[in-house]
Design a protein around this ligand. Structure first.
Ligand code: ATP
Ligand code: MG
Length: 363
């Protein structure tokens, strides 16, 4: 019996390079662990534009809606910088998020012990850190109407509108509480209820969902500015943080840099459960297409590999197998295997993208 279907969209730049290592790992799971996925591959971003003149073909969109999980590499690159806004590579990704209605963006910020001493990279990381930021992804100030640049009297005014409905807040809150139950049992909700009405409603709805459905989870509330301060002052106090689209955008980048390299960070974007009970889901590394290192075998595939581990956990309910994959990553790091991004200037002997894949498979 098939474990489920996966649509792979390698995309542009280093996307295909890091995704090639994920393919090997998926094959390993088939051969060694009896997880037989139906895997298919398609184009997104600049690669889709080159082939079809659009960053995401309708047929690809339909396949993504059918798949149990979509794995995406990265989109974009300097070759496409001058394209019209409507066909930019990034629009392919935005269309996927919008039409699949992926409202909960999960960004773990986890520091692997072996990388805790990052001093050679002149970066401070937080050993032992393990938090999960849940960012609302499909509403809020990035989407609210009215928006635009208008003329008022003799000058122009730029307008964006922060807007949240109760149901939009409730569904992302549920995602956070569900996650907390599988993790440390704590949720901290962040908004600006002191100065924003949308924040007042946010706090009220999160509290209500908690009291009625998740009283076993420990819930706290923080103003987002205080939250930003606490995140850098004492990040280990947090387990799951749930917040809106704008604050989540900022806070997840801050949290990410407490852990080290961009090449290490996975993400998941989840929507409502489909008929089979599995959520609509798209998994992708946080990093972009990294045109500066594309085609040189220098890219770190770990972010993409850990994104697949998230797919195992959240789409296929294979938490034990996800743990196995994460443990393999931890082991190769402990063994000192490093792609160039994980080495300081004085560091030597990096492995290639494929070399990292080899080591993880072996582990
Ligand atoms: P985007 O706009 O798509 O987010 P970006 O230019 O902001 O792209 P990235 O493409 O992620 O960001 O690249 C930022 C820097 O991080 C680059 O110098 C790149 O080489 C490095 N980088 C990103 N991902 C990786 C990776 N997987 N391995 C090694 N280095 C990486
Ligand atoms: Mg970027």
């Amino acid at each position: 019996m098939s474990t489920g279907s996966i649509l792979i969209l390698p995309g542009d730049g280093i996307g295909p390079e890091v995704m090639a290592q994920v393919r090997r790992i998926i094959d390993w799971y088939g051969a060694k662990r009896g997880l037989s996925f139906d895997v298919s591959e398609d184009l997104v971003g600049g690669a889709a534009y080159d082939a079809h003149g659009v960053p995401l073909a309708d047929e690809t969109m339909a396949r993504a809606q059918e798949a149990d999980a979509v794995l995406l590499g990265a989109v974009g690159g300097p070759k496409y910088d001058d394209l019209d806004f409507s066909v930019k590579p990034e629009r392919g990704l935005l269309r996927l998020r919008k039409e699949m209605d992926l409202y909960a963006n999960l960004r773990p910020a986890q520091c692997f012990d072996a990388l805790a001493d990052f001093s050679s990279l002149k970066r401070d990381v937080v050993a032992g850190l393990d938090i999960m930021i849940v960012r609302e992804l499909t509403s809020g100030v990035y989407f609210g109407e009215p928006r635009g640049i208008f003329t008022e009297g003799n000058e122009r005014v730029g307008i964006n509108t922060q807007r949240y409905t109760e149901s939009e807040i409730a569904r992302v809150a549920r995602s956070a509480f569900e996650l907390a139950r599988k993790r440390g049992g704590k949720v901290c909700s962040m908004e600006k209820a002191n100065v924003m009405e949308s924040g007042i409603l946010w706090r009220e709805v999160v509290q209500k969902v908690h009291d009625e459905e998740y009283p076993d989870v420990e819930l706290s509330h923080m103003y987002a500015d205080a939250g930003a301060m606490q995140l850098t002052r004492w990040p280990k106090q947090f387990d799951v943080i749930v917040t809106d689209n704008l604050f989540g955008d900022l806070l997840s980048d801050v949290a990410a840099m407490l852990t080290g390299s961009l090449g290490m960070l996975p993400s998941a974007s989840l929507g409502a459960p489909a008929a089979n009970g599995r959520p609509k889901a798209l998994y992708e590394p946080v990093h972009g297409s990294a045109p500066d290192i594309a085609g040189q075998g220098k890219a770190n595939p770990i972010a993409c590999i850990l994104s697949f581990a998230m797919a195992l956990r959240y789409s296929f309910d294979e938490g034990v197998e996800a743990d196995r994959l994460e443990a393999a990553v931890e082991k190769v790091l402990a063994d000192g295997v490093r792609t160039p991004d994980l080495l300081g200037e004085e560091g030597t002997d990096p492995v290639t993208t494929e070399g990292m894949g080899d080591a993880i498979l072996k582990a």
